[in-house]
Design a protein around this ligand. Structure first.
Ligand code: GLN
Length: 284
């Protein structure tokens, strides 16, 4: 079997994956240790017996639905190549919109940034890489995710991020100019939980009570204690949650509430400011 023959196996995946051609290319790049261009410039190169066996085994696992990122152990996100495993969410392109928005919202000078539920570290590490003068704290409740995020930090050589274990604000001290989070936000009843990659990701990273809003509400209600006056809170959320997220931020006395869509044109982000003349949380 040569590279071209292997690429043609993508047809087998057509009914199982939205991206069969890209899937097979990613598997081949992983197995051959090459980049995508190589596949096209060396299409008649034969796979060794071991490579062919590995390809067939990984293709079979992909046919059973396993995410490509779990098969190759990595996923490209922003400018980084992140290690990924089953302990946490696989970074999504949608979340790159959050990174882009954070970079737009905060001036490039020094800033203190907190990333809650960091998982692989995707958001915090991308921001740290873009803004070496910022200092970031990344938190996750799951020990394996913390280990993973810390490995990703070291792999990217980023000294301006501290990874901590704990539930939301539990291990956090100090105040921040920006708090970001891609928390669990899927409704436990959502049928989409039975399709695609999410079947292989931990429920704790995906699902929240109150129709998916419970963690967003909790974070928003606590964040005011950790935001500098005029600081910003920025969430990723579900495509149908904009109105509810805006409403809960309004009830908690945030100001300048705004939302934006992801690259797919779905509502996905909402941010708000903790007022400069902060009202006491009690005056509700
Ligand atoms: N956007 C992801 C999905 O719909 C879910 C991410 C999350 O819950 N934080 O697959």
């Amino acid at each position: 079997m040569n590279i071209f023959d292997a690429q043609r196996q993508a047809a087998q995946l057509a009914a199982k994956s939205d991206s069969p051609v890209a899937d097979v290319e990613l598997l081949l790049c992983y197995i051959l240790g090459c980049n995508r261009t190589f596949l096209f410039t060396h299409s008649d190169q034969r796979l060794t017996e071991a490579q062919q066996l590995q390809f067939e085994q990984l293709l079979e696992r992909r046919l059973q639905g396993e995410p490509i990122a779990h098969l190759t152990g990595t996923r490209g996100f922003w400018n980084l190549e992140l290690e990924v495993n089953a302990s946490t969410l696989i970074p999504r392109p949608d979340t790159e919109c959050l990174v882009e928005k954070a970079l737009q919202l905060i001036s490039p000078a020094t800033a203190r940034v907190l990333d809650l539920g960091t998982g692989t570290g995707a958001i915090a590490l991308s921001l740290a890489d873009e803004r070496p003068a910022w200092s970031l704290v990344a938190v996750d409740r799951i020990a394996e995710a913390v280990t993973l995020a810390e490995r990703n930090r070291q792999r990217a050589g980023l000294e301006n991020v501290t990874v901590l274990q704990g539930s939301w604000f539990e291990p956090v001290d100090g105040v921040f100019d920006l708090i970001v989070s891609n928390p669990p936000y899927i409704d436990p009843q959502d049928p989409h939980l039975m399709q695609g990659d999410v079947r292989f990701e931990p429920r704790s990273a995906l699902v929240a009570e109150e129709g998916g809003l419970a963690d967003i509400r909790y974070i928003a209600s606590q964040a005011s204690d950790f935001l500098a006056a005029g600081g910003l809170l920025l969430f990723e959320h579900g495509y149908d949650q904009t109105a509810a997220v805006q409403q809960l931020l309004l009830e908690l006395h945030y100001t300048d509430i705004e939302s934006a869509q992801d690259y797919g044109g779905n509502d996905r982000l909402t941010w708000a400011r903790w007022p400069i003349n902060s009202v006491e949380k009690e005056i509700k």
